[in-house]
Design a protein around this ligand. Structure first.
Ligand SMILES: Cc1ncc(COP(=O)(O)O)c(C=O)c1O
Length: 410
């Protein structure tokens, strides 16, 4: 009997994932973390302790904590968010999700319909852009500078949309160590953004998943904390501060909104073991773990910036990010990073082309996002040297001895 051909049965318009062929030798893509900094011994100990004490609660969906997620973890988050971001919330205003990607889906799920419009940073998280495209939602990009989203451009965009009779559903922002630019939205701009959101009757969707990774630890309060009129939904993650494979994120929102999201969260609860292990680990060790992680990340960033300076000279422009795991690099205009991608990968170097991280493809065209957290220092140096060779071969830049030219230039 002939095998069933599923293609005639598939729902129309389905995307398809590419098959995974392992990581590139020099892996600068994605949001992976530093393997040496996963606090393995402490996680093993926490897992043993929490399972020994409470393991039998695994017999019930949601443990003994209900559908919002493991209560000790939500209580830790409520304390931490108040201390670090100024957010005063109850553990019952926090919903634990399967990574903050599920948080993005749930927030989108309660707010967006096909044909809606949202406002978003011009260079932003690809996972947010692809979701919006799939939902048929228009994303209006707002340029950034060294203080984050430009408020003059935001005001102009809101006014422009209003003139067209469009009320955007939300302003999506990664205000505290922006992905990919690494900027922090200043407190003054946060006030302005809140004022504009209230004036135009739109919400703010605050994605704070990198806020634990600020080099000097200094940050303005969260938009959620500063808002006088509600109107902000805040999400975060343990992917960047502990480990992405745990798949633990969260949403902070008032209960009436969480109630809507919970009704859409049809997975009967996010994985319990990882919530339990974090709930045990974090109250005791999170605060000691994060500074060590930040030191390791900062050292890798230094290596990356040095390697770029050595190999690309003035052909690679970038600003030293305020924290995080990414460097957003501008190459000369004649370099198209989407065209650089395949030959670089063939040489073992994986990069994220900037156009995939931008609402304006031209803006992203000669830019690339490099994640420095996962490769070793040696791999960063060798990977950037290889990338420079490929880029020179394909686009004629950097010139062979770019750094020497730069040093000897008048
Ligand atoms: C801005 C932003 N939001 C959300 C996510 C999703 O992360 P996770 O689902 O691992 O929490 C990422 C991952 O890189 C991100 O950069």
């Amino acid at each position: 009997m002939a095998l069933l051909d599923f293609t005639s049965l598939l729902a129309p318009g389905l995307p398809a994932a590419a098959k995974w062929n392992g990581f590139a030798k020099y892996n600068f893509v994605g949001g992976h973390n530093d393997a040496d900094q996963v606090p393995l011994e402490a996680l093993i100990k926490a897992m043993n302790e929490v399972l020994t004490r409470e393991g039998r609660t695994l017999a019930t969906y949601g443990l003994s904590s209900g559908p919002l997620g493991y209560r000790p973890l939500r209580e830790f988050l409520a304390r931490k968010l108040e201390r670090t971001a100024g957010i005063r919330c109850d553990a019952d205003e926090i919903l634990i999700t399967s990574g903050s990607l599920q948080a993005l889906d749930l927030v989108n799920g309660i707010l967006l319909s096909r044909g809606d419009t949202v406002i978003i940073e011009q260079a932003t998280y690809q996972g947010a852009l692809t979701r919006l495209a799939r939902l048929g939602v228009e994303a209006v990009g707002i340029p950034l500078d060294s203080e984050g989203m430009r408020i003059d451009a935001l005001a102009a965009a809101l006014e422009n949309l209003k003139r067209r009779g469009v009320r955007p559903k939300y302003i999506y922002t990664v205000p505290t160590v922006q992905n990919p630019t690494g900027t922090i939205l200043s407190e003054a701009r946060r006030h302005e953004m809140l004022r504009l959101a209230a004036q135009y009757g739109t919400a703010i969707f605050e994605d704070d998943c990198y806020s634990d990774l600020i080099w000097d630890g200094k940050r303005p309060p969260a938009l959620y904390a500063m808002s006088q009129h509600g109107g902000v939904i805040h999400i975060g993650s343990f992917s960047k501060s502990v480990a992405p494979a745990l798949r633990v994120g969260y949403i902070v929102a008032p209960w009436p909104l969480l109630a809507r999201m919970l009704a859409l969260k049809t997975d009967a609860g996010s994985g319990a073991l990882e919530q339990m292990v974090l709930g045990e680990f974090c109250p005791r060790q999170f605060d000691a773990h994060v500074p060590a992680l930040k030191r390791a990340l900062r050292a890798k960033l230094e290596t990356l910036m040095e390697a770029l300076n050595e190999q690309f000279g003035t052909a690679a422009e970038f600003e030293d990010p305020r924290g995080g795991i990414f460097l957003w690099v501008k190459l000369p205009d004649k370099v198209d990073t989407q065209k650089l991608f395949a030959p670089a990968l063939a040489a073992g170097v994986a990069i994220n082309p900037g156009a995939e991280w931008s609402t304006d493809k031209d803006h992203g065209r000669s830019r690339a996002r490099l994640c420095f957290a996962n490769p070793s220092h040696e791999a960063i140096r060798a990977g950037i040297a290889t990338l420079a060779e490929v880029c020179r071969r394909e686009f004629g830049v950097p010139a062979r001895i770019a750094n020497v030219e730069r040093l000897t230039a008048p």
